[in-house]
Design a protein around this ligand. Structure first.
Ligand code: PLP
Length: 359
């Protein structure tokens, strides 16, 4: 018998492959600006590391503890190696946390809108979703989330910067929030886009883990590090919870390829820095563009911008015909566009301008 909770489930709709869409649309070129991937690729050090490793040990199971990468990241983030739990992308970590911490009837507090996978996995566990809408600037409403906490609350998801709004809350705001949240509630801060924050030097709340046992911080190699295809994400958690998560997760969830690629990517902070600076420049141009266009948009600190425009579906179709894929389906007349290479951004801005002019 299929679980009741699963019968009602709306599936996560993954990206189609670029080749598939090109064929469907008869396009020779397609630029995907719908998945918040890194338009600058990944560090050349990754290719070298993979070539050096070759297929040595392909017949052997990988290191279940991911010892090399664990040490590298523990040193980089100044946390204990035991505080890290690795996953097959953050996707797996989101599933793992839900599977481990949620029981049927538990309440899960979410920003509305936010990343859909939090609700997906909460639903599978039979938990109850409590949505707290963003404020008029698209910013996560921390006071609203605090007010939504009840004795049944099990976890709070804080995506920071938030996907799809791109907005972020400060380190200080999260510290004050944590001080008011009961110990029994786990607060998960998904920092998938934290590298792109330029408004504040120390935006990550990893340092707060020494103060709050009920805090979990998530990071991924899929965005600023440009490794989406290798599937590497991790949680930084209190050691007691780390131990429990380690027993629930699959034993060989990261291939050696993934580990080696992530280590090489992490060792090239110069690459990340360049990407982050270029994204910040281009993001600024996007925000200025939307301001000039006179449409509603949110002040992004991530590598994408969320905006509202009349006939958004028709616009997304028009852009697709011109070889640009943007994200639809996140809200009526809202579109999310990933910051791309400068020439692509310019072309798409011209197309949007022309489209809006004809309306
Ligand atoms: C992209 C994304 C993830 C998923 O990251 P993977 O490591 O590729 O699974 C997690 N959280 C948010 C908010 C994202 O946008």
């Amino acid at each position: 018998m299929v679980k009741e909770a699963i019968k009602k489930l709306k599936p996560y709709i993954p990206e189609k492959t670029i080749a598939e869409i090109k064929q469907e649309q008869g396009l020779t070129k397609l630029v995907r600006l719908s998945a918040n991937e890194n338009a600058w690729g990944t560090s050349p050090k990754v290719a070298q590391a993979i070539l050096d490793w070759g297929v040595k040990g392909a017949n052997r199971y990988p290191d279940s503890e991911v010892t090399g990468l664990r040490q590298t990241i523990a040193t980089g983030l100044n946390v204990s190696p035991e505080a890290l739990v690795f996953g097959d992308g953050l996707d797996e970590i989101i599933q793992l946390l839900s599977r481990t911490l949620l029981s049927p009837g538990d309440e899960v507090i979410l920003t509305q809108p936010t990343f859909s996978e939090y609700a997906l996995h909460a639903e599978i566990e039979g938990a109850k979703m409590v949505d707290v809408p963003v404020d008029s600037n698209g910013v996560t409403n921390l006071d609203g989330m605090l007010a939504a906490i009840t004795p049944a609350t099990s976890m709070v998801w804080l995506c920071n910067p938030n996907n799809p709004t791109g907005t972020y809350v400060t380190h200080q705001a999260i510290a004050e929030f944590m001080a008011k949240v009961p110990q029994s509630v786990t607060v998960i801060v998904d920092e998938a886009y934290i590298d792109f924050v330029t408004a504040e030097k120390q935006a990550s709340v990893v340092d707060l883990l020494t103060k709050f046992n009920n805090l979990v911080v998530l990071r991924t190699f899929s965005k600023a590090y440009g490794l989406a295809n290798f599937r590497v994400g991790f949680a930084v958690v209190a050691p007691q919870l780390a131990k429990i998560l380690q027993t629930v997760r699959l034993p060989y969830n990261l291939s050696t390829f993934a580990e080696i690629a992530a280590e090489a990517a992490y060792s090239d902070q110069q690459f990340v820095q360049t990407v982050v600076e270029t994204v910040a420049d281009e993001r600024q141009k996007w925000l200025a563009f939307f301001k000039k266009l006179g449409v509603l948009y949110y002040p992004s600190q991530a590598n994408f911008v969320f905006f509202k425009i009349n006939n958004a579906d028709a616009l997304s179709q028009e852009l697709l015909h011109q070889g640009y894929l943007v994200r639809t389906g996140l809200g009526p007349d809202w579109l999310r566009i990933t910051v791309g290479q400068p020439t692509d951004n310019q072309i798409v801005q011209q197309l949007i301008w022309k489209f809006a002019d004809k309306q």
